[in-house]
Ligand binder design. Sequence first.
Ligand SMILES: [Zn+2]
Ligand SMILES: [Zn+2]
Length: 335
Amino acid sequence: MMKVSNYISNYLVQIVSCVCIALFSLQASAADAEQKITFSKTELAAGLYMLKGEGGFTGGNIALSIGDDGVYMVDDAMESMLGLLQSTIKTLTKENIDFLINTHVHFDHAGNNVSFAKAGAKIIAHEHMREHLVSKGMPTMDGPKPVTKEALPVITFHKNMTLHMNGQDARLIHLPHAHTNGDAAVHFKQANVIHMGDTFFNGMFPYIDLDSGGSIGGYIAAQRVVLNMCDDDTKIIPGHGPLATKMDLEKSLAMLLRSRSLIKTMIKAGKSEEEVVKANPLAEYDKDWSWNFISTEKMTRQTFKALSKNSGNKHNHHGHHNNGHKDHGHHGHSH
Ligand SMILES: [Zn+2]
Ligand SMILES: [Zn+2]
């Protein structure tokens, strides 16, 4: 009896200390996170800022234009970052956001649409992005989440549109079937700044969302389009990673072209996905481009899948963007 109760009390002590340690470490990491995560503010041209998460993941990089005509922003981070984002914006302007541009449908770029819309922002995005939100909801780490009306863009465009505010002609450019099927880049002409959304991950393997209409061919085409708009002084805001130059984008494009070619050769030789992964054709990029979300293996698999999808002809809605990208609606994306 003595033994048993000793055992029980020891056991209880163990449980209690386990819980305490767990609680303590939770508190510690929450406190750490609160202390560490911030948005850095870089003024790229008069009144045009890049906001970038530091010390933790806040979502995609943000552009913010403040001037006599009003305030507009490109992307709005993850939902959990709302307070931090609002307080960061408040250090730069007391005005509300007039227009909010979404580069694409992902939760880490459009996570705070509802809050900004309720505060008066008119949301602008590519028409496919809006269609995606309406028909499938917003893609998140836990799968698609239905959205309320406030999260939806109220202004959409087909190919291009331009905002004329604060001394900038900000041209929104649709980049078909790149990271998703509804990507927009924003070219701030006078400032010589381009926000590329997730059609550019600077210094990291990109994520290509094949299930949302992205493709490797479209991704490469998108980087070519933007590269043609750049000169040596252009500042490029990537979806993720530090502020970039034309040279950084060239490096990314070269890596993508070579990765595609290496894997295409193996597919033509009849290799399966597992055989390609085992052979590790992208080993040369592992040191510089692999990161926790898109490892070399994941990059290999997504490139393999993207190329098989293209040649398989089963869901071939990527093939035709090269021959004109006519108005084909979204018939290919309902699967
Ligand atoms: Zn992203
Ligand atoms: Zn994305």
